[in-house]
Design a protein around this ligand. Structure first.
Ligand SMILES: Cc1ncc(COP(=O)(O)O)c(C=O)c1O
Length: 436
């Protein structure tokens, strides 16, 4: 019985119990406060996020020539963040045109339609047949998390296979969703390229019906992507074992400069008849990092299944964040719906990709000019925002301590932080720490 339900009591008991909250008010509050203090004093400091930790160290360094190669956000040749002209124009067109109402749980309809067209190709049969369940998500991270929660509920007993190495947050996402994970071989340090044989073996040995998390393009952190022939072989092997592919596509357009080419892995799998899921992000390719705008789509057997899956994705989203944010989705929609703006964006994303590609060549060339006898070919062979240099954690520490150059301890450098002004200094420092 609660204090609120006093029916059934008689005599003195009733007024006494009714007065209880007031009588004990002075006692209960400090006791509760003391209890919460005890709870919080048990809380340990969470480990620092490795990438944000680098930014902190970089900011604390007072050397004027310091270089930050840690964060995966695009910078121009002057080291400045960029707002794309297509985005500025979309903002101008969007300004004042909309109420600031809630979006539906699944997000903005037009945005979703444009996003799946971008991922699968404008008139792909899976779109025409209504086989695709899709919701707007909180950028790439949010898409992955939605899928992980969906996997936990609706693909019971399945594990997720994650490449070794991968973007570190993948592990956190599936761990927090309560899905067991395994690693699959991906990178071969000796060749600084793909461990194709290891990958194929791991696909074959994984229990049938496993989820394989694949990077659609511009693998983070290695910059190593399978060739189209290798993708075809991976697709066939996965179909034979009945695995489910989830493509994390955080860099569409950013790898080669061509959005269709960067989505070719997905299209190859679709041609083989796979049911699959795609996580899209507009953080890098439109520079909308802080807007948290992305899309999760799942290709199903038919319209009925797609509708059911979509309804369950919304049911997962509702108690987490109710509905996604509006502004970024409006910007993306304006750009993708308007032929002229879309062309402008295609050019701009190619411009970013081309600058990164030219920095790869320049860095390799400068390392050779600095007299490094080592092979740096992998820097130009790799693709996307990052170069996986092969430098050790100790070398990375020396680069920070002696040369004021910051990067993750796995030797990954963000090429977005490299420019014509700092590339020679970077190459000399890399040569200095790698020559012993
Ligand atoms: C492979 C990969 N997936 C997903 C993301 C998520 O990015 P966001 O949540 O900012 O879209 C990133 C960002 O670095 C990434 O590299």
């Amino acid at each position: 019985m609660t204090v609120g339900s006093l029916e059934g009591l008689s005599g003195l008991a009733r007024p006494l119990l009714a007065a209880l909250p007031a009588l004990t008010r002075g006692l209960v509050q400090p006791a509760t406060a003391a209890r919460s203090a005890t709870w919080f004093s048990q809380v340990e400091q969470a480990p620092k996020d490795p990438i944000l930790g680098i930014t902190e160290k970089f900011l604390a360094d007072t050397d004027p020539s310091k270089i930050n190669l840690g964060v995966g956000a695009y910078r121009d040749d002057n080291g400045q963040p960029v707002v794309l002209d297509s985005v500025r124009e979309a903002e101008r067109r969007v300004a004042g045109s909309h109420f600031m109402e809630y979006l539906p749980i699944g997000g903005l309809r037009d945005f979703i339609q444009e996003s799946v067209k971008l991922a699968y190709g404008d008139s792909h049969p899976v779109l025409k047949e209504g086989q695709v369940a899709a919701v707007q998500s909180l950028s790439g991270t949010g898409s992955c998390r939605l899928f992980a929660d969906f996997q936990k509920r609706f693909m019971p007993g399945s594990k997720v296979y994650i490449s070794e190495p991968t973007w570190a947050n993948h592990f956190n996402i599936w761990r927090d969703a309560g899905v067991a994970f395994e690693k699959y071989r991906y990178y071969k340090p000796e060749t600084r390229g793909l461990d194709f044989e290891g990958l194929m073996e791991d696909i074959k040995n994984a229990p049938s019906g496993s989820v394989f998390l694949l990077h659609a393009c511009a693998h983070n952190p290695t910059g190593v992507d399978p060739s189209p022939e290798q993708w075809r072989a991976i697709s066939r092997a996965m179909a034979e074992r009945g695995h489910f592919p989830l493509f994390d596509m955080a860099y569409q357009g950013f790898a080669s400069g061509d959005c269709d080419r960067d989505a070719q892995s997905i299209r190859i799998f679709l041609a083989d008849g796979h049911r699959l899921a795609v996580s899209q992000s507009y953080a890098k390719n439109m520079g909308l990092y802080g807007q948290r705008v992305g899309c999760l789509s799942v290709v199903c057997d038919n319209q009925r299944d797609a509708s059911a899956v979509e309804s369950q994705l919304k049911a997962i989203a509702r108690p987490m964040y109710s509905n996604p944010p509006l502004h970024g989705a409006l910007l993306v929609t304006k750009i993708l719906q308007d032929a002229e703006l879309k062309q402008m964006w295609f050019k701009e994303v190619k411009g970013m990709a081309d600058r990164i590609i030219s920095m790869r060549s320049l860095l390799r060339q400068q390392l050779e000019t600095a007299g490094s006898p080592l092979s740096w070919r992998h820097i130009t062979d790799q693709i996307g925002m990052f170069a996986y240099t092969g430098m050790t954690g100790d070398m990375v520490d020396t680069l920070a301590a002696k040369h004021h150059i910051y990067m993750t301890r796995n030797g990954r450098i963000s090429l977005a932080g490299v420019n014509t002004k700092n590339v020679a200094r970077l190459a000399e420092a890399m040569h200095a720490v790698t020559k012993q």
